[in-house]
Design a protein around this ligand. Structure first.
Ligand SMILES: *[C@@H]1O[C@H](CO)[C@@H](O)[C@H](O)[C@H]1NC(C)=O
Ligand SMILES: *[C@@H]1O[C@H](CO)[C@@H](O)[C@H](O)[C@H]1NC(C)=O
Ligand SMILES: *[C@@H]1O[C@H](CO)[C@@H](O)[C@H](O)[C@H]1NC(C)=O
Ligand SMILES: *[C@@H]1O[C@H](CO)[C@@H](O)[C@H](O)[C@H]1NC(C)=O
Ligand SMILES: *[C@@H]1O[C@H](CO)[C@@H](O)[C@H](O)[C@H]1NC(C)=O
Ligand SMILES: *[C@@H]1O[C@H](CO)[C@@H](O)[C@H](O)[C@H]1NC(C)=O
Ligand SMILES: *[C@@H]1O[C@H](CO)[C@@H](O)[C@H](O)[C@H]1NC(C)=O
Ligand SMILES: *[C@@H]1O[C@H](CO)[C@@H](O)[C@H](O)[C@H]1NC(C)=O
Ligand SMILES: *[C@@H]1O[C@H](CO)[C@@H](O)[C@H](O)[C@H]1NC(C)=O
Ligand SMILES: *[C@@H]1O[C@H](CO)[C@@H](O)[C@H](O)[C@H]1NC(C)=O
Length: 334
C-alpha cells in the first residue's frame, strides 16, 4: 500500500514537472469572464440548503466582484479572494476553480464540502492562504500544495484526508502555518519538513502518524508551536532538540509512544510556555532545568514512567498555572 502511494506521488510529481512547462499558461487569455464561469461552475456544484445565499446573491445581474465572499483586485479586475466560510454549503469544488488565476486567498472553512480538491487548482500559483478546515474533504493531501510557490498558510484541520503527508510539501518554502489536525493521516513525518525554514506552526494533532520524530524538524528555528498530540509517534527525543528552537513557545507531544529520559532536553527552549508530555512512555527523573524555564505556564507530565521527586525548582516558576502529574510513580511531598 505504502509503496503504491509513494509511486503514485512520484508519478504525479513527474507529471507536474513534465506537463506544466509545456503548457504555456501565460498564453491562455483569461479575464473576468473566465472568473465568472468558474464561479458559476462552483454555484451549480453546491447545495445551499439553509440560506440560499449563493442562489440569491450570485446573480449575473451584478458583477462577480460584488458577489458575497468574492473580492477582486482593482488593478487587474480579477478575483483575488474567495471567502465562502460559515455558509453551510454542500458539494464539491469544480475543476474550473483552477481558472481563477489571480486567486491568492481561498477560505472555505466551516462548510460541508466533500470529495477531492481538483488537480486543476495546482495552477493557482498566487495562492497564499488556504483554509479548508471543518469540511468533509477526502482523498490524499494533494501533493500540488507543495508546488504553490507563495503558500504561507495551509489549514486543512477536521476533514477526512487520508494517506501520508506528501514529501513535496517541503517545497512550499514560504509556508508559515501547516495545520492538518484531526484527519486520518498515516505514515511517517517526512524529514523533508525540516526544509520549511519559515514554519511557525506545525500542527499534526489527531492523526495516525507513526515512526520517530525526524531530527530535522528540530532545526526549524522559526518554529513557535509544535503539536503532535494523539498520534503514535515513538522513539526518544534528541538531546539537542532545543538548540535550534529559540522561539518555541509550545510543545505538545501528549498521547504518543515517546520513550526514554528527558534529562536536559528542554534546557534551551527558554521561551517555552506550554510543555505537554503526558500519556507517553517517558522514564527517568524530571530534570531540575525545567525550573529555569521561567515562561512556563502549563506543564503536563502525567501517565508516564517518570520516577523520583518533582524537582523543587518547579516552585520557582512564577507563571505556572497548571502542573499535571497524575498517574506517575513520582514521590516526594508538595
Ligand atoms: C474576455 O476575453 C474574451 C476572449 O478571450 C472576450 O470575448 C471577452 O469580451 C473578454 N471579457 C472581458 C470582460 O474583457
Ligand atoms: C450580495 O452580497 C453582497 C455582500 O454582502 C452585497 O453587497 C450585494 O448587494 C448582494 N447582492 C445581491 C444581489 O443581493
Ligand atoms: C472570511 O470570513 C470570515 C467570516 O466573516 C472571517 O472570519 C475570516 O477572517 C475571513 N477570511 C479571510 C481569509 O479573510
Ligand atoms: C476553465 O477550466 C475548465 C476545466 O478545468 C476548462 O475546461 C475550461 O476550458 C477553462 N475555461 C477557461 C475560459 O479558461
Ligand atoms: C482557519 O480556520 C480555523 C477555523 O475557523 C481557524 O481556527 C484558523 O485560525 C484559520 N487558520 C488561519 C491560518 O487563518
Ligand atoms: C474536530 O475533530 C475532533 C476530533 O475528531 C473533534 O473532537 C472536534 O470536536 C472537531 N471539531 C469540530 C469543531 O468539529
Ligand atoms: C521540489 O522541487 C524541486 C524543483 O522543482 C524538485 O526537483 C524536487 O523533486 C521537489 N521535491 C519534492 C520533495 O517534491
Ligand atoms: C541541523 O542544523 C545543523 C546546523 O545547521 C546541521 O549541522 C545539522 O546537520 C542539521 N540536522 C538535521 C537533522 O538536519
Ligand atoms: C543553551 O543555553 C545556554 C544558556 O542556558 C547557552 O550557554 C548555550 O550556548 C545554549 N546552547 C545552544 C546550542 O544554543
Ligand atoms: C538555572 O539558572 C541559574 C541562574 O539563572 C543557574 O545558576 C542554574 O545553574 C540553572 N540551573 C539549571 C539546573 O540549569
Amino acid at each position: 500500500m505504502m509503496g503504491m502511494a509513494k509511486t503514485g506521488n512520484f508519478l504525479f510529481l513527474l507529471a507536474v514537472l513534465l506537463c506544466f512547462p509545456v503548457v504555456p499558461l501565460a498564453n491562455i487569455k483569461r479575464n473576468i469572464s473566465t472568473d465568472l464561469s468558474a464561479l458559476l461552475a462552483l454555484r451549480s456544484n453546491v447545495l445551499d440548503p439553509t440560506h440560499e445565499l449563493l442562489t440569491k446573491n450570485w446573480t449575473t445581474r451584478m458583477s462577480v466582484c460584488n458577489w458575497l465572499g468574492v473580492k477582486c483586485s482593482s488593478r487587474h479586475h480579477r478575483v483575488v479572494a474567495l471567502n465562502m466560510s460559515y455558509i453551510g454549503l454542500q458539494g464539491s469544488i469544480p475543476p474550473e476553480i483552477g481558472n481563477l488565476s489571480f486567486l491568492n486567498s481561498f477560505d472555505f472553512r466551516y462548510n460541508s464540502f466533500t470529495g477531492r480538491l481538483p488537480q486543476e487548482m495546482a495552477r493557482l500559483r498566487r495562492l497564499r492562504y488556504i483554509n479548508l478546515s471543518f469540511n468533509k474533504f477526502s482523498g490524499e493531501v494533494p501533493s500540488w500544495f507543495g508546488f504553490l510557490p507563495n503558500l504561507q498558510y495551509l489549514f486543512i484541520a477536521n476533514n477526512s484526508f487520508t494517506g501520508s503527508l506528501p514529501l513535496s510539501l517541503s517545497n512550499a518554502s514560504k509556508l508559515e502555518v501547516l495545520n492538518v489536525q484531526f484527519n486520518q493521516l498515516q505514515g511517517n513525518i517526512p524529514q523533508e519538513i525540516g526544509n520549511l525554514g519559515k514554519l511557525k506552526i506545525l500542527n499534526l494533532q489527531g492523526n495516525q502518524l507513526t515512526g520517530s520524530m525526524p531530527p530535522a524538524v528540530f532545526n526549524i528555528s522559526s518554529l513557535q508551536r509544535l503539536s503532535l498530540t494523539s498520534n503514535s509517534i515513538s522513539g526518544i527525543l534528541p538531546v539537542n532538540m532545543c538548540f535550534n528552537l529559540p522561539k518555541i513557545q509550545a510543545i505538545f507531544l501528549s498521547t504518543n509512544q515517546f520513550s526514554g529520559q528527558i534529562q536536559s532536553r528542554f534546557k534551551n527552549c527558554s521561551e517555552l510556555q506550554v510543555l505537554a508530555l503526558s500519556i507517553n512512555k517517558f522514564s527517568g527523573a524530571i530534570p531540575r532545568e525545567i525550573g529555569n524555564l521561567t515562561m512556563l505556564s502549563k506543564i503536563s507530565l502525567g501517565d508516564n514512567s517518570f520516577q523520583g521527586e518533582i524537582p523543587r525548582e518547579i516552585g520557582n516558576l512564577l507563571n505556572l498555572e497548571i502542573l499535571e502529574v497524575g498517574y506517575s510513580s513520582l514521590t516526594g511531598n508538595y
